[in-house]
Design a protein. Structure first.
Length: 145
């Protein structure tokens, strides 16, 4: 799996308009702020009182909305969930995958120091709320039941 930092992800998105930034954070995390131009398909959902639980529809929603030959930049909060999502996507036959080290917030060491600044810390373009076509609800609605 290829890895790049958030600045390199932004630069790649500027050079290649067909490249898709897949944000795999939960819906509330995405709505609070996300890279401009990204789409949201959560790997995990936040359940009050339970924390994060796997999104049982992740694979179906991805396969319904993203062609196997798509150029995907996959990001999350710090890089862990997106790395796992890349592993899952590779098993499904997606071949042009890149994980964003540091994700949206940034990767930290055990002492809480930022070791890889994320998208938001680098002051890259951020949107909040959900764009209709980018929202998980819209993308999930395309899945055949």
């Amino acid at each position: 799996m290829k890895e790049i930092n958030a600045k390199e992800a932004y630069e790649q998105m500027q050079k290649d308009p067909n490249c898709i930034y897949l944000d795999v954070r939960s819906i509330p995390e995405y709505e609070q702020g996300h890279p401009v131009g990204s789409i949201n398909i959560p790997l995990m959902h936040f359940q009050p009182g339970m924390g994060m639980v796997p999104n049982e529809d992740f694979v179906r929603v991805v396969e319904t909305n993203l062609p196997k030959d798509a150029t995907l930049i996959v990001g999350c909060k710090t890089g862990g969930r997106s790395s796992r999502a890349c592993e899952i996507l590779a098993q499904l036959g997606y071949s042009n995958l890149t994980n964003v080290r540091g994700g949206f917030v940034g990767a930290m060491d055990n002492a809480g120091r930022i070791v890889e600044p994320g998208w938001s810390l680098l002051n890259l373009p951020v949107a909040s709320g959900t764009g209709d076509d980018a929202s998980y609800e819209k993308l999930a609605s395309k899945v055949k039941k």
